[in-house]
Design a binder for this molecule. Structure first.
Ligand code: G
Ligand code: MN
Length: 555
């Protein structure tokens, strides 16, 4: 037989050329062909392989070529069972026939090869079905809770720019006969014509349908809900929320769920729009660019006789923010989510260093410390250290008089870049303080590993010292013990009353901050009030009076 096998007869050459051409063409396709084309291609390929097998002469090559029909298995990925079975039938018939009549191969080789192909396809399709079924609701064919939420998360990852995106959760009253499945199906049927193209649906619960609308303002979403309600054959509740830059899928869903719950609890079952106040990131950016952001300086005092001023904390303020005045950390988070944390940090640091330098000049106080809140994200920025160096050089503020406040969440960034940045900052003499301490979940080991310089006790812990407390609340004592064990100095925040101050002084903390000593004010205001204070002290002759009125009242 090998004797006949010399040379390349025309049919074989033609088949090789055709196969290669089709293969190359498929590779150059930019998108997956339509189902119809795929069916045709698969059938064509089956016939092509059959033809190649028919003209092959070497027995081993014949069987090997026949096994090429295994690629019919790809149909498992694209088609439903009936179409897959049709392709398998075609392949089986072709393979069994061509190998059966082939003079070089025993009759059973066709059966073996086909059996192999069929088994592989069936196993592949079954696994695929299992995987898909896990994320789809069998009744409606919609993604189920997991499927929808995963889709939402993926969509958020790929969300290109800011645009109006609404998430609507509809709770359908499906308690009546004939049961939730039938009712939900009827509702979806009725909704069909009302729902615009491009919306993504999911069945997140027996009686809950989620609608992700990627191009709807809040008003559009509310109008859509009203249209859906009008046609639905069952009573509906609805919660609506709008996606905001930086929202995770979980946050978005949580808000929508809360809105749906509230809708369910209203007497008339009206649609509830999530009303979380958002400070618009775009407006914040604009305010930053226009120089509308201000820095207030809040005094930090030593918990020693006379409560001497030991430093100031620069607190970012946005006077134009409506309706609320966001805290400095809230502003930092907004900037982080929208990618301008570095710009904001730079602005704060530069302005704060200038202000503090002025304060130092007028007071001649070389020991004064400046605290600045920096975003955890900035610590991941390899350029931070260089930018800080530049600002310090420009403003002539000494590194060892600067403290960066970071939040506890930053302690999560233990690995790599953030730690390197922290180390480099500390090498320059810049101190690191953990802000809002006691609200997060710092463990002792994490604090130690970080080797921070100071803890700032959150004002909520101070607020727990009510007028009725004769001694420190348990949490305060626990935190104090922990700080002492680790030998961290502590600044207490949010000291508002002389009573709080009295209780705190006995615990061993060394610094305090709060409205009792002063709010955050412009540097000129602070300078003026300090000068007045000096004057008063001078005329009183009293040396132990607090530098600002209130503190001495209770002690
Ligand atoms: O998290 P951080 O400590 O950086 O935030 C400081 C915030 O706390 C600022 O918004 C400031 O206005 C506020 N603040 C400062 N002192 C007090 C205080 O004594 N009581 C209360 N309730 N808030 C304070
Ligand atoms: Mn702070």
């Amino acid at each position: 037989m090998s004797a006949q096998n010399t040379g390349y007869p025309a049919p074989r050459v033609a088949l090789v050329v055709v196969s290669a051409a089709v293969g190359i063409w498929l590779l150059t396709l930019e998108r997956r062909p339509s189902d119809r084309s795929l069916h045709l291609l698969l059938a064509f390929a089956t016939l092509l392989i059959t033809a190649v097998v028919a003209v092959a002469t070497d027995p081993l090559a014949t069987v090997l070529l026949a096994t090429l029909s295994v690629f019919v298995s790809v149909s498992a990925f694209f088609f439903a069972w009936p179409q897959i079975l049709a392709h398998l039938t075609l392949t089986t018939v072709c393979t069994v026939t061509v190998l059966g009549v082939h003079p070089g191969t025993p009759w059973w080789t066709g059966v073996a090869v086909s059996g192999f192909v069929v088994a592989l396809t069936v196993i592949g399709k079954s696994f695929l079905d299992l995987a898909v079924a896990a994320e789809f609701d069998a009744v409606t064919g919609l993604p189920d809770r997991r499927g929808f939420d995963r889709h939402l998360a993926l969509w958020i990852c790929g969300a290109p720019t800011v645009h109006d995106v609404a998430l609507v959760l509809v709770g359908i009253d499906a308690r009546a006969r004939p049961g939730p499945d039938a009712i939900v199906l009827a509702v979806l049927d009725a909704w069909g014509p009302v729902l615009e193209a491009g919306v993504k649906l999911g069945r997140r619960d027996d009686d809950q349908i989620a609608i992700l609308h990627p191009h709807a303002t809040a008003a559009d979403a509310l109008a859509l809900v009203e249209r859906l309600r009008a046609v639905a054959p069952a009573a509906c509740h609805a919660g609506v929320t709008m996606w905001r830059i930086g929202d995770s899928a979980a946050q978005l869903i949580n808000r929508a769920e809360a809105a749906l719950l509230r809708s369910k609890s209203t007497a008339d079952g009206r649609t509830v729009m999530d009303v979380a106040v958002d400070v618009d990131a775009r407006r914040l950016k604009l305010a930053l660019e226009r120089g509308e952001l201000e820095i207030g300086y809040q005094p930090i005092v030593g918990l020693a006789p006379g409560y001497p001023l030991v430093g100031v904390e620069a607190l970012l303020r946005w006077p134009g923010a409506v309706p609320t005045a966001p805290s400095p950390w809230e502003l930092v988070r907004i900037a982080e989510r929208s990618g301008f944390a570095a710009e904001l940090d730079d602005h704060v640091l530069r302005t704060a260093c200038r202000g503090a330098a002025e304060l130092r000049r007028t007071r001649g106080d070389g020991e004064l410390m400046l605290s600045v809140n920096v975003s955890p994200m900035s610590l991941l920025d390899p350029d931070l250290v260089g930018r800080v160096d530049a600002v310090l050089a420009e403003t002539a503020w000494p590194a060892e008089r600067l403290t960066f406040e970071v939040t506890e969440e930053m302690l999560d960034l233990r690995g790599g870049a953030a730690m390197r940045t922290l180390r480099e900052l500390r090498e320059r003499g810049i101190g690191i303080a953990v802000d809002d301490f006691g609200t997060g979940y710092s463990s002792l080991s994490r604090l130690q590993a970080l080797s921070v310089d100071r803890l700032k006790l959150d004002k909520s812990i101070t607020a727990a010292i009510t007028p009725e407390c004769d001694e420190p609340p348990a949490l305060l004592r626990a935190v104090a013990a922990m700080a002492e064990a680790l030998e961290f100095p502590v600044t207490v925040e949010g000291v508002e009353t002389p009573h709080q101050l009295e209780i705190l002084t006995g615990i061993g903390f060394d610094q305090a901050q709060g409205y009792l000593f002063g709010t955050a004010v412009a540097i000129e205001t602070l300078v003026a009030s300090l000068e007045q204070d000096e004057l008063r002290k001078g005329s009183d002759g009293s040396s132990s009076a607090a530098w600002q009125g209130g503190a001495s009242a209770g002690s």
